[in-house]
Every structure is written in C-alpha cells, then in structure tokens.
Design a protein. Structure first.
Length: 154
C-alpha cells in the first residue's frame, strides 16, 4: 500500500460540524475493540470533545478529499513523576480504506505537536495485544513499555 501524500491529508481540530462523520469513525473504532456504547456515552463524549478546556478531552481528525478518514482523542493531565504534564492518547483510528497509508502516524504526530506546544514533553497510549496493524506503527514511532494495565469496573 502506498502512503497518502502529506499535502493531500489535513489534520485539524474536531469541530461541531464533524459530528456525523466522527460518530461513524468512533463507532468503527469501538467495533474494532469489540465494544458498543449507549447513546448517552456518545452524547457525553461529543460534548466533552467540543468543550474548550485544557483539562478536558480534545480531538483531531484526518481529512482527505473532504471526508474524515481518521480521529485521535487525547487528554493533557498531571503526573506526580514529573513537574511537567503528560498527554494520554486515548483513541486513535484510521478508516480501514486508508489504513497503512500514513493517517495514524500523522494523527500521532499532530497530537505530539499539540502537546509540545502546550509544554508537555511526553505522550503515551495503550492498545490491545491483538492490534497487530497498529502495533507495527507504534513500534516505529514510540517505545513499548513493560507496564501491564489492570482495571476494576464496579
């Protein structure tokens, strides 16, 4: 597969006009991780993403020929291991029609640049072990850590 030309791809902040296409992409992302969420979660997530607040989730999208082909949701937050904040990349998704063509890497780089502009030197994320395609990219752009995630859902 060939890469999309950088000048053909636009990475930009999520806007209110993107809701329909954002829902399409986020639904596909959730399906990839074998998850479904109720409408109330979609509404809450959308409202959070559009709220202009440094301590709230933010979103960027990848646009190609007027159509959204990828998304990234991220959050700047404090850490006790540094005097600087850190950036958590929560969701990253490229439409299967363009997967492997540079969209994911461009989205990661856009989030990294936004973090750096905010004075935040570190960016991290997690993925499921079975996300082999994503992990090929992640191994190229970041360092895999030895941490294992535990979770309690009450």
């Amino acid at each position: 597969m060939t890469s999309i030309k950088r000048d053909a791809l636009t990475i930009r902040p999520l806007t209110a006009a993107d809701e329909v296409e954002w829902r399409r992409l986020w639904t596909s992302y959730l399906e990839f991780y074998e998850t479904t969420l109720p409408e109330a979660i979609y509404e809450t997530a959308w409202a959070r993403l559009l709220k202009e607040c440094d301590r709230e989730f933010q979103g960027v999208v990848a646009e190609l020929d007027g159509r959204l082909v990828g998304l990234a949701h991220y959050l700047f937050h404090r850490t006790l291991w540094s005097t600087k904040d850190t950036c958590y990349l929560m969701d990253l998704f490229a439409d299967p029609l363009v997967r492997g063509q540079g969209v994911g890497g461009a989205l990661i780089e856009a989030v990294r640049q936004r973090a750096l502009l905010a004075g935040i030197p570190s960016l991290y994320w997690m993925t499921q072990e079975f996300n082999y395609t994503g992990r090929i990219l992640y191994d190229k752009v970041a360092e895999k850590t030895p941490f294992i995630v535990y979770e309690i859902n009450s």
